[in-house]
Design a protein around this ligand. Structure first.
Ligand code: ATP
Length: 270
């Protein structure tokens, strides 16, 4: 049987901001239908790696292929196959949930006659159908994040890339975001590449994880295998400390405006 193409494959990917090597010789494979977690503390290089994979940064050295398509040679084909939810807030508080998703349907060139149905489907998938006509300003932090998932889904991507989807959310809201992701994987067969520094979430929800520190991948495997290799009763955080020697931060409960400020603070001023 012919090998199935991986959803994402990077080979010796390296990216420099001036003299600073943000992504250092990263080789990764995300298999079809997986939830793959790229883990690491702030500054590890996760966002830079994601930007290379989503074609938002040009490949300087190495290769990235998405479903076999080279990101450097055919960035537009790669973009059409993926949905991307960045760290920065992308929902508009002054629009309703449905209007926010409809805006993305127009951006993605979803045919006009299909838009209404596709917007409803996307909102349904993330559990926001009942709140579709409320202003996003009235949404909780978890609802805002799920709305952003719906925005990315309206394009029916084969690969969904999520940058810190649960940062700054309370545990209930974090669970609701993961419920939305799991719904997609189970019912749509979507492949998900997610960055996070929440080890417990990665342990619970990712099929495979890569631990990233100072631009390099330190370990890759299933959470189960990585923990087992570390020792009896080891947590993923123990595994991470072993490789990176760093403490990882935790999140708190917030609403729309708090999420916005947390996520602004969580990102750097660029
Ligand atoms: P975070 O969770 O804080 O976003 P991260 O793991 O996503 O962290 P990156 O944002 O990829 O990390 O940053 C990796 C390194 O590259 C950091 O040392 C960061 O300071 C540096 N860096 C990121 N963007 C730029 C930029 N535009 N110019 C210069 N250096 C940058």
């Amino acid at each position: 049987m012919a090998d199935v193409l991986p959803a994402v494959e990077s080979e010796h990917l390296t990216y420099r901001f001036g003299d600073h090597v943000a992504v250092d010789d990263v080789s990764l494979r995300v298999q079809l239908g997986q939830v793959f977690g790229l883990l690491g503390p702030n500054g590890a290089g996760k966002t830079t790696a994601i930007r290379l994979i989503t074609t938002l940064l040009p490949v300087q050295q190495g290769h990235v292929r998405v479903f076999g398509v080279d990101a450097h040679q055919e960035p537009f084909r790669v973009r059409r196959m993926m949905g991307y939810v960045p760290q920065q807030l992308s929902a508009d508080a002054s629009l309703t949930g449905a209007e926010n998703v409809a805006l993305f349907a127009r951006l993605f060139d979803v045919p006009r006659r299909e838009r209404r149905r596709r917007v409803s489907e996307a909102l349904e998938m993330v559990g926001l159908a009942a709140a579709a006509d409320r202003l996003a300003a009235t949404y909780s932090g978890g609802m805002v994040r799920r709305l952003e998932l719906a925005q990315a889904l309206v394009n029916r991507p084969h690969l969904l890339v999520l940058d810190e989807p649960t940062i700054g959310l309370d545990p209930v809201a974090r669970d609701s975001v993961w419920d939305g992701v799991e719904e997609l994987v189970t019912h749509e067969g979507t492949t998900v590449l997610v960055t996070t520094h929440y080890m417990e979430e990665a342990d619970q929800h990712c099929d495979e994880v890569a631990l990233m520190h100072l631009g390099r991948i330190r370990a890759v495997g299933t959470p189960h295998d990585l923990k087992a290799a570390q020792g009896p009763d080891a947590t993923l955080e123990d595994v991470f400390r072993h490789w990176a020697g760093e403490r990882l931060i935790d999140g708190t409960g917030e609403d729309f405006s708090d999420v916005r400020s947390t996520r602004r603070a969580a990102g750097r001023l660029r």
